[in-house]
Design a protein around this ligand. Structure first.
Ligand SMILES: Nc1nc2c(ncn2[C@@H]2O[C@H](COP(=O)(O)OP(=O)(O)OP(=O)(O)O)[C@@H](O)[C@H]2O)c(=O)[nH]1
Ligand SMILES: [Mg+2]
Length: 249
């Protein structure tokens, strides 16, 4: 199923499986098909009932047509959303808003579309759900280079100083969250925020009574496409993140 609607409730109406997988997609035409394929293989092996929400974030390459092909091949497993570019955080937010509005969804998994999130860890995440509300990856090994690791450490330092506790890997894109817990956290995060995943980690960690689990993961190199790191973006995101977290305190 493919749609061109930005309303969370119209996306939610298409969600029927207990696991919704939120995947922001930006210029990933080279990678997205094999990434979704390898995830499907693992999810099917685990016997999990799932649906992908693949959100095309205004890609300028052929991502959208690849997404449409994937959804035509797997209509029961894939919902495609096409939107103008708003960045990783706001794109994830739209997926989260849709997933929490779907009554049959019990869990939301967020992963990236460039193949850095290895499906091999999924079984461990899934098994932890009986005793945790949030299961987050912690990138203990990174194949994407020291500049990436350094940026993540700066993010961790800034976010942890503002929250008063160690947020470990606040921006990690491998995260499984119980629907009710995500829904109540989102109510405390303005939709206009930019760095949503860090704000979400911050709020979830500060909410009493939430049961946490962390799964150590190796973060792979992106499987193709463009590496997006550039100093100007990183500075921009860092400033946004600090301003946004200050508002949440
Ligand atoms: N760069 C970028 N990525 C976006 C955007 N919207 C959604 N995404 C997706 O967000 C995820 C993370 O983006 P990446 O460019 O991989 O960012 P990263 O993992 O920090 O950096 P590299 O993989 O090293 O390039 C990917 O799945 C992108 O397809 C956007 O506006 N810009
Ligand atoms: Mg990446």
């Amino acid at each position: 199923m493919s749609l061109v609607s930005l309303r969370p409730d119209s996306i939610a109406a298409l969600l029927e499986a207990p696991l919704a997988i939120v995947v922001p997609v930006y210029n990933e035409s080279q990678t997205i098909q094999s990434v979704v394929g390898s995830w499907m293989q693992e999810l099917d092996r685990q016997g999990v009932d799932y649906q992908f929400i693949l959100l095309n974030d205004g890609s300028s390459d052929a991502s959208l047509s690849v997404l449409k092909t994937i959804s035509a091949e797997h209509p029961r497993r894939v919902v495609v959303v096409d939107k103008t570019n708003s960045g990783h955080g706001r794109t994830c937010r739209l997926g989260y808003d849709a997933a929490v509005a779907a009554p049959r969804v019990e869990w939301i998994l967020q992963i990236d579309s460039d193949g850095q999130c290895d499906p091999a860890y999924f079984a461990e995440f899934w098994s932890r759900r009986t005793s945790a509300d949030c299961i987050f990856g912690r990138r203990v090994r990174r194949d994407d280079g020291p500049a990436r690791a350094f940026t993540s450490q700066l993010c961790r330092l800034g976010a942890s100083l503002l929250s008063g506790c160690d947020l470990e890997d606040p921006n990690v894109p491998y995260r499984l969250i119980r629907r009710e817990v995500l829904a109540s956290a989102l109510r405390r995060i303005p939709a206009s925020f930019n760095i949503h995943n860090v704000a979400l980690t911050f709020i979830l960690r500060k909410t009493p009574g939430i049961r946490w689990a962390r799964v150590p993961i190796r973060f792979l190199q992106r499987q193709g496409g463009q590496n997006s790191i550039n100093l100007i973006n990183v500075i921009h995101w860092g400033i946004d993140m600090l301003l946004e977290l200050r508002r949440l305190r």
